[in-house]
Write a protein that binds this ligand. Structure first.
Ligand SMILES: Nc1ncnc2c1ncn2[C@@H]1O[C@H](COP(=O)(O)OP(=O)(O)O)[C@@H](O)[C@H]1O
Ligand SMILES: C=C(OP(=O)(O)O)C(=O)O
Ligand SMILES: [K+]
Ligand SMILES: [Mg+2]
Length: 588
């Protein structure tokens, strides 16, 4: 890593600092991209670094400047006691920076991308390629792999963030108490042919697995099913009819042939309806899930996605469990909407959660497929009204698991999710075990950018009512400020909205308005920056700032200008959660 420290001398005394470059004396400054204003060529610089108390922030370093005195040394004095992070850095990744420089504000992608990490993408270089390609959130699915495997993925993503300045968030997805097949004794798949008789059993088998025999993880399976029931693998990819029950074994005839994949989901249907007997009583969070959640807390993941949520109660319960076990870190809970019960209790579940996922894989196995698109639309709209980020997931580019180009239908499906202005799109098998993870990501990226642009050009401002979501008067003020600022931004065609936010709330309120311009969200901690990376239109930066907006703005302008990310004359609207005001200004 190269050490790049740039020293500048103030050449005029306007509040908007203008600096000229100075050769800098030998120093032991840490390797980081530093812009360092001083009034005159300094004689010496040294740095004292101490570890940060918050593991998410950079170690704090004291910059000690000794000026030669000419020019009064005002700025040097002012900054000399600030930390390196304060003076020097604004944290943003190189990809965003290059995108802003090359293509300007308008072309930045607003829709975020979640990539499921699996054997095809778990290496450091592969993860880096995904981050470079625009991955905002890495998802690990606890249905698969060992905790050691997941831990190594988390460590690699962390390393990537630290070394390359990315803010890729980690989402841990629980297994949940779904009924699924066993792991096929190590085989990658098994083919079921039309008319074949297969045995589904709750017995555990010694390996090798007996021919045409599948283990089922749910003990009540043989009791719950009845002769004549239809058994659907992965929501109908393969179908069987139950023909006989013998103790723990259920004999089935294959009626729709296909490939059985390890740990594939199982549902059974009677007279055209999903059977929800005792399996509906299974806990949302299984004993294994609790251990995985403890693992997620210990690893400091940013999001936990809860599979098969049935009610708000389980979310509230988990929230208090997490709150009791973490001090300053906040883990956001994403409710996966993938069961009939979650649709029934949709509003209360979303209200209790920090976000939701339209988990179309299992949802499509629980409700008729033709009902999935309207359910998606409803969930996306409700999330926006309640100001919760929403992810559209599963089979977006399914054919790209095997082929390098998507089908036209898949592109249309992705476009629809972007047009609905979901916060994020998710890749599952495409990135976890497909042959073309980077290509799939590139398709999501290019389709998103194109559809967003089309939407702006067509000025498709839908008149969506955004109801008040807060509970205090101060919340209402924040909401009004954000709604007005977003509207002003559209009417005045400003280049960017700036938001200074400590916990991210004001940033999410602006994102909810889906304005035409990108939203630069400045936040003081790396963890909030990562969390904001899931939300529509937000470009999160980590920056230390104060309660003095004037100084925050000047500092931001100099830092962003110095890196070529904004230029004089750009029109900006700024809001903050410290000072309830809207400021409109041209970058000096
Ligand atoms: N950690 C992992 N280890 C091995 N395979 C994985 C892992 N994560 C995902 N996969 C593979 O990618 C596929 C798609 O991932 P995902 O959609 O998350 O799971 P599922 O298909 O079980 O819902 C899985 O079926 C599995 O084959
Ligand atoms: C995202 C989903 O959940 P999982 O991949 O964990 O089954 C889904 O069912 O669509
Ligand atoms: K899962
Ligand atoms: Mg699922």
């Amino acid at each position: 890593m190269s050490q790049s420290l740039h020293l500048f001398t103030q050449t005029n005394r306007s509040p908007n600092l203008t600096f000229t470059k100075h050769p800098f004396p030998k120093s032991n400054l840490p390797a980081s991209n530093c812009w360092f204003p001083v009034t005159s060529a300094p004689k010496s610089i040294s740095v004292r670094t101490s570890a940060a108390s918050d593991p998410n922030s950079a170690p704090s370093s004291q910059v000690l400047v000794s000026s030669n005195g000419t020019g009064g040394g005002v700025v040097a004095t002012e900054y000399s006691s600030l930390s390196v992070a304060d003076v020097c850095s604004i944290e943003v990744d190189a990809v965003t920076e290059a995108e802003l420089k090359e293509n300007g504000f308008r072309s930045t992608r607003r829709t975020k991308i979640v990539c499921t990490i699996g054997p095809a993408t778990c290496g450091f270089e592969q993860l880096e390629a995904l981050a470079v390609g625009g991955m905002n959130v890495a998802r690990i699915n606890m249905c698969h792999g060992t905790r050691e495997w997941h831990k190594s993925v988390i460590e690699r993503v962390r390393k990537l963030n630290e070394e390359k300045g990315f803010a890729v968030a980690i989402m841990m997805d629980t297994e949940g108490s779904e009924i699924h097949m066993g792991d096929l004794g190590g085989a990658s798949s098994a083919k079921a042919e039309d008319g074949e008789i297969w045995t589904f059993s709750v017995r555990a088998f010694d390996s090798p697995r007996p021919e045409r025999t599948i283990n089922v993880n749910y003990d009540g399976f043989a009791e719950d099913v009845k002769v004549g029931d239809e058994l659907l693998v992965d929501g109908g990819m393969v179908r069987f009819e139950v023909i006989e029950k013998i103790g723990p074994d259920v004999k089935c005839r294959c009626t729709d042939p296909g490939l059985l994949l390890p740990r594939a989901n199982l549902t059974f249907w009677r007279d055209g309806s999903l059977v929800r007997e005792r399996n509906a009583m299974l806990p949302t969070i299984s004993s294994k899930d609790w251990l995985d959640i403890d693992f997620g807390i210990a690893e400091g993941v940013d999001f936990i996605a809860i599979s098969f949520v049935k009610s708000a109660e389980v979310i509230n319960h988990l929230k208090s469990y997490i709150a009791a076990r973490t001090r300053d870190t906040d883990i956001a809970l994403i409710a996966k909407i993938e069961s009939i019960d979650s649709l029934k209790n949709l509003e209360e579940i979303i209200q209790a959660s920090d976000g939701a996922m339209v988990a179309r894989g299992d949802l499509g196995a629980q409700i008729p497929l033709e009902q999935v698109p309207s359910a998606q639309q409803k969930i996306v709209q409700l999330c926006r009204q309640l100001n919760k980020p929403v992810i559209v997931a599963s089979q977006l580019l399914e054919s790209m698991i095997e082929y390098p180009t998507p089908t036209r239908a898949e592109v249309a499906d992705v476009s629809e999710a972007v047009r609905q202005r979901a916060d994020a799109l998710m890749l599952s098998g495409e990135s976890a075990m497909g042959q073309f993870p980077e290509k799939a990501l590139a398709v999501l990226r290019s389709v998103s950018v194109r559809i967003e642009k089309w939407w702006r050009e067509e000025k498709r401002h839908e008149a969506m009512e955004l109801p008040a979501v807060g509970s205090t008067f101060s919340d209402f003020i924040s909401e009004e400020i954000c709604n007005s600022a977003a509207k002003m931004a559209n009417n005045l065609a400003v280049d960017a909205l700036f938001v200074y936010t400590k916990n991210g709330h004001m940033a999410s309120l602006l994102s909810r308005c889906r304005p035409d311009c990108p939203i630069f969200a400045f936040t003081t901690t790396a963890s909030v920056r990562r969390r904001l990376n899931l939300q529509w239109g937000l470009i999160p930066f980590r920056l230390s700032f104060s309660d003095d907006m004037e100084s925050n703005l000047n500092k931001t302008f100099s830092l962003l200008k110095a890196r070529g990310m904004i230029k004089s004359g750009d029109l900006v609207i700024a809001v903050s959660d410290m000072l309830q005001s809207i400021q409109v200004m041209n970058v000096p």
